[in-house]
Design a protein around this ligand. Structure first.
Ligand SMILES: [Zn+2]
Ligand SMILES: [Zn+2]
Length: 340
């Protein structure tokens, strides 16, 4: 049964939220507060950035800072996903601090929130209880419109009342003083990423005019665009093969999709990832380019990270790009150790 067929068959039954989902209380209020402030700044800043670009123009400094911070944020989300969520490798406190800083500076919410949401996504992938499925809304009701489902997965889910309970999904993060320091101080890191660093570089290279261009274009607009690129993993890469291809028969709508893979440095190899959630390197063929995975393998060679997990894929250093088919090849369930 395909995902679409199973959605239709489940439309008649009453949706029921699994444990680990909050619908009221201070965590829900805090989620909305964070979302309103960050999206108001990012969307307002993006509109201002486009007006500024047409009105005042932008130069090589703004474009370079945009590119550099986009790359660093994309790598940061790679670490957020593969280290903090899935524990694909291990490392010491210094590297963990660097990964936590880069992950938080991607301006996609705190580590505790990102990890909790993503673990719930894996556990209920494209089923009621999934955080950002194109097939079910936040309350577990099936979508009848493909477009509505896609817009929910691409970003609408942020406004769902249902919020993931970190005490259920992320006990390890709550007990990690480094991850919690960055969670508590997230707004400083957002400001560094979207305002202070781009503005500082702009001022140093071109004065006040370039500083304004850098804050708007390379800070706020970049943060929004980068978040939208990451979100393609939730929409395009859950399109049940409509875009991209499915290497493994999983019980969700995951696909590997080239454009998303290039924009997200490998996160778009999402069917591979749902099949082997804890793998650090997601490529199973020469044409599956996983830059974030290669960075992790490179850090491993330098001795900066260790115990790099590889259940499904063989790393390039094995001299093989083939994949090893394990057990039943069916529903992807996150590693129990990763879901603490
Ligand atoms: Zn997914
Ligand atoms: Zn994942």
């Amino acid at each position: 049964m395909t995902v679409v067929e199973s959605v239709v068959s489940e439309q008649l039954s009453e949706p029921k939220m699994p444990p680990g989902v909050l619908t009221e209380g201070p965590v829900v209020d805090a989620k909305f507060r964070d979302s309103y402030i960050s999206f108001a700044l990012m969307i307002g800043g993006s509109i201002a950035a486009l007006v500024w670009a047409f009105w005042q123009g932008i130069g090589w400094v703004e474009v370079s800072v945009f590119a550099g911070t986009f790359v660093l944020s994309t790598i940061g989300i790679g670490f957020m996903h593969r280290y903090f969520v899935h524990r694909s490798f291990r490392c010491g406190p210094v590297m963990r601090t660097i990964f936590a800083a880069l992950a938080t500076m991607a301006v996609q919410g705190s580590i505790v929130k990102w990890v909790s949401n993503h673990r719930r996504h894996h556990l209920h992938s494209d089923r009621p209880g999934d955080v950002h499925s194109p097939y079910y809304d936040g309350s577990g009701n099936a979508y009848t419109s493909f477009a509505k489902g896609m817009s929910h997965a691409q970003g609408g889910w942020v406004w769902d009342r249902e919020t993931t309970d970190a005490t259920y999904y992320a006990k390890d993060i709550l007990a990690d003083p480094i991850a919690m320091f960055f969670t508590r101080t997230r707004w400083y890191w957002y400001a560094l990423s979207a305002l202070i660093i781009p503005g500082g570089i702009g001022y140093a290279f071109g004065g006040v005019h370039t500083m304004i261009g850098c804050i708007l274009f390379s800070g706020l607009f970049r943060s929004y665009l980068m978040t939208m690129a990451t979100s393609l993993v939730n929409s395009v890469c859950h399109s049940d093969g409509r875009w991209g291809y499915r290497r493994f028969e999983t019980h969700d709508g995951t696909t590997n999709e080239l454009v998303t893979t290039l924009l997200t440095f490998g996160e778009g190899l999402h069917n591979n990832h749902h099949r082997f959630p804890r793998d650090a390197y997601l490529s199973h063929a020469w044409y599956e380019i996983d830059i974030n995975g290669l960075i992790i393998l490179g850090l491993g060679k330098l001795g900066l990270v260790h115990d790099i997990f590889a259940a499904g894929s063989r790393t390039p250093s094995d001299g093989s790009s083939g994949s090893r088919d394990l057990d039943d090849g069916k529903r992807s369930i996150p590693d129990t150790e990763a879901v603490a």
